[in-house]
Design a protein around this ligand. Structure first.
Ligand code: F6P
Length: 327
């Protein structure tokens, strides 16, 4: 492990926001201050680093935020940071303040940026997995996923009420980018009849046959949860169903950004606090360029460059459970 001593760190969010990021920022700021390390908040992630939108944070800067969704530091996806020139500007802004370590809350794209930056300028970076998508290998959980799934579950439960009243089939699209975790978890928790995710090839003929069979036995209420990364999304699935079973009364509902907001669940607050605390410990111990994950309830450190290569795999058992429970 490295010998370098970290005295002044920057904390920032990057990529899509996720509920619990504030709890993570709070943990980083308060742990660092406890150890006598100065903390600077970098506004709008890599963009703020380039534009020098950086301010010193105190303990009170993070008061009363643990329960608030979004991020007080704001977030962005910076195109300029992809250029060497952009990264040089960013580095000179850190250097003039003496910032010698970074904690980045974000997803795999943000970690990729951190790894490049650290290779070029020898700034140690620690990642905290903050994404509703849960699409980072090396951790069982990501900050924001639990809240997003619970938001989706509440919305789908409400849709079921109206689906039931009208004997309708609802095709509900949830977020997740290329990952099907929000769809899988929210689908199981709401008793959805079908869950379509990009990790598993959808057998459309089979889907249509099962809907026709259910129609015959007068099971008219069906919920199909579609991950946004599934080919064509909910609209495409609806189009095919309408073509093949013209009599069926269907509606599409795309849940969208509602899944990204709201007060974080207790679980997201807990993991964000725990991970944030360990991020600072990593910097103090010289455990550089890793992200902090949790596996089997133990803290797991994964090199940033490994985190960006792998995605989480869907447990096959879940698919079996869906099939059995929704029959
Ligand atoms: O990565 C989080 C996420 O919400 C994805 O689930 C979704 O595909 C994407 O971000 C949406 O991004 P934007 O807010 O830029 O539309």
């Amino acid at each position: 492990m490295a010998e370098k001593k970290v005295t002044r760190i920057g904390v920032m969010c990057s990529g899509g926001d996720s509920p619990g990021m504030n709890a993570g920022i709070r943990a980083v700021v308060r742990t660092a201050l406890y150890h006598g390390i100065e903390v600077y908040g970098i506004v709008r992630g890599y963009s703020g680093m380039i534009e020098d939108d950086i301010y010193q944070m105190q303990s009170r800067s993070v008061a009363n935020i643990i329960q608030i969704g979004g991020t007080i530091l704001k977030t962005a996806r910076s195109k300029e940071f992809f250029t060497k020139e952009g990264r040089e500007k960013a580095y000179s802004n850190l250097k003039k303040r003496g910032i010698d370590g970074l904690v980045i809350l974000g997803g795999d794209g943000s970690f990729r940026g951190a790894q490049t930056f650290s290779n070029e300028f020898d700034i140690p970076c620690i990642g905290l997995p903050g994404t509703i998508d849960k699409d980072i290998a090396g951790t069982d959980f990501t900050i924001g996923f639990d809240t997003a799934v619970n938001t989706a579950v509440q919305a789908i439960d409400k849709i079921r009420d109206t689906a039931e009243s009208h004997d309708r089939l609802f095709i509900i699209e949830v977020m997740g980018r290329d990952a099907g975790y929000i769809a899988l978890h929210s689908g199981i928790a709401t008793g959805a009849e079908n869950i379509l995710i990009p990790e598993k090839k959808t057998d459309i003929d089979n889907l249509i046959a099962s809907l026709q069979e259910k129609e015959k036995r007068k099971k008219l209420v069906n919920l199909i949860i579609v991950a946004e990364g599934e080919k064509g999304g909910a609209d495409y699935i609806d189009k095919i169903i309408k073509e093949k079973i013209p009599g069926l009364d269907t509606r599409v509902c795309i849940l969208g950004h509602i899944q990204r907001g709201g007060s974080p669940t207790c679980f997201d607050r807990l993991i964000a606090s725990r991970m944030g605390y360990h991020a600072v410990e990593c910097l103090m111990e010289g455990r550089f360029n890793v992200f902090v994950g949790i596996v089997n309830n133990r803290i797991n450190y994964i090199p940033l460059n490994e985190a960006v290569k792998k995605k989480q795999r869907i447990n096959e058992e879940w698919m079996k459970i869906v099939k059995i429970l929704s029959s």
